[in-house]
Design a protein around this ligand. Structure first.
Ligand SMILES: NC(=O)c1ccc[n+]([C@@H]2O[C@H](COP(=O)([O-])OP(=O)(O)OC[C@H]3O[C@@H](n4cnc5c(N)ncnc54)[C@H](O)[C@@H]3O)[C@@H](O)[C@H]2O)c1
Length: 251
């Protein structure tokens, strides 16, 4: 069943973004799968098409406004106006606070936070014209708890939470909702394999997983299910919320 809606999902080549593309497509949403890794984005789009959905892959760096604008223009031309945006693209990094440079800080903020502003601003005219829209930000539990050696990362994700709340205030009267999901330890993603799933981290992270009532890693599909609900008509009275999909770690 085609919902007639189009979603732009950033960071769609792998992990959580890929899972969100596949899950939204099951609800009949047409997908613009955008990633810095253009081949990976096209691979995700091909998976959606193989399952009977509509999708195109888009190659762009979310920190580059002109590339984002060009990708969104193509998505509009080929699939239609963008009424759902999932700001999921992100990078991580581990640097002790006293060793952080301004360049490292600026790159992290440009990729993780400024991109959420840029991408949302570029698609917003479609949502305003339709008087219906869904903005979903994939932030991080590090913004809720803090995270040692991740000042730049956790600050970027905290900014996403504040941006979500502000967009909810500013655009609610136009039928547009904005919500954020801050994941915690979602495994089998490129980011998790490069960070907490490194062999030397296993014991430490098992202890952190055991600190929550549901004692397992999150799956990309856990996040995708919540994102699909937030993108649906049923969630139209939900806005400005931080939706914890974290095994109950923060209650
Ligand atoms: N996996 C976790 O446990 C976890 C925890 C908290 C938050 N998150 C957040 O979830 C989101 C998805 O992470 P994931 O675990 O699926 O990681 P992932 O590395 O598998 O996926 C991230 C994707 O973003 C893309 N990307 C990175 N920089 C980009 C750029 N400048 N422009 C366009 N695309 C870019 C990458 O190519 C990659 O495909 C990220 O924002 C991450 O911070 C993940």
């Amino acid at each position: 069943m085609d919902s007639g809606k189009v979603a732009l999902v950033t960071g769609a080549a792998a992990g959580i973004g890929r899972a969100i593309c596949l899950r939204l497509a099951r609800d009949g949403v047409a997908i613009g799968a955008l990633d810095l890794n253009g081949e990976g984005a096209e691979r995700t789009a091909a998976e959606v098409r193989a399952a009977g959905g509509r999708a195109i892959g888009l190659a762009a760096d979310v920190s580059d406004r002109s590339r984002v604008q060009a990708a969104v223009d193509r998505l509009r031309r080929e699939l239609g106006p963008v009424l759902i945006v999932v700001n999921n693209a992100g990078m991580t990094g581990f640097v002790p606070f006293m060793e952080l440079t301004e360049d490292t800080w600026d790159r992290m903020l440009a990729v993780n936070l400024r991109s959420a502003f840029t991408v949302t601003q570029v698609v917003m005219p479609d949502m305003l014209a339709a008087k219906w829209g869904r903005i979903i930000m994939i932030s991080s539990s590090s913004a809720q708890s803090g995270a040692a050696n991740m000042a730049h990362y956790s600050a970027s994700k905290g900014g996403m939470i504040a941006l979500t709340r502000t967009l909810a205030q500013e655009f609610g009267e136009h039928g547009i909702t904005a919500n954020t999901i801050p994941p915690r330890f979602v495994h089998n993603t490129e980011m998790s394999l490069a960070s907490f799933e490194r062999p030397e981290m296993q014991a430490k992270f098992q202890a952190m997983i055991d600190a929550g009532p549901i004692r397992r890693h999150g799956e990309p599909e856990d996040i995708a299910g919540a994102a699909a609900w937030l993108a649906s008509d049923e969630a139209g009275y939900v806005t400005g919320q931080v939706i914890g999909v974290n095994g109950g770690r923060y209650i």
